[in-house]
Design a protein around this ligand. Structure first.
Ligand SMILES: [Zn+2]
Length: 170
């Protein structure tokens, strides 16, 4: 960068700072003077273009419907945990299971440790156990007891199926 360019930039910056207040004041005064005018202009513009905007967004939606569908499907494939979470929430509605806090490190069905290193598709991995199970709650919405989310091995959770603890035979 040449010296004259640097000098000009410094000069511009100094000029900008020196006149900042005056410029702000001018803009403020201008805004107040023309407020009504601007409001009327904006309202007229909005009225004239309202349908246009609506039509445009509808056309955009139609044009990009397939694209959006593919995008959504790709997003779900990339974020299986979000999709699982979404499905879980839909299944659980309208009940609320309280998550054990602190979260235990053992399975509430067999009592053995859950190794966090074991992951899908290992049946020994940890899963979110609903007690009573979601399917059971949907059949017994009148149940007034506590609902808890707790760790369970996947295999234990699957064997338990839709039975609450008290229906399990030891
Ligand atoms: Zn277990």
């Amino acid at each position: 960068m040449s010296i004259s360019v640097v000098a000009k930039r410094l000069y511009d910056a100094a000029y900008y700072l020196a006149h900042r207040e005056a410029r702000c004041e001018y803009q403020r005064a201008h805004l107040i003077d023309h407020r009504e005018e601007k409001r009327a202009r904006d309202a007229a513009y909005h009225a004239a273009h309202r349908d246009e905007g609506r039509e445009r967004s509808r056309a955009y939606y139609v044009d990009h419907q397939e694209e959006k569908r593919l995008y959504d499907a790709a997003y779900r494939a990339d974020h299986p945990e979000k999709e699982r979470e979404r499905k879980r929430r839909r299944r659980e509605a309208p009940f609320t299971w309280a998550r054990l806090d602190p979260w235990p490190s053992f399975c509430h069905l067999c009592g053995l440790f859950i190794d966090p290193a074991r992951v899908f598709p290992d049946r020994g991995m940890g899963t979110l156990g609903h007690e009573p199970p979601v399917a059971w709650m949907l059949r017994h919405p009148e149940y007034g007891g506590t609902l808890v989310l707790r760790p369970e091995h996947w295999a234990c959770n699957a064997a338990k199926s839709d039975r609450p603890d008290w229906e399990l035979v030891a």
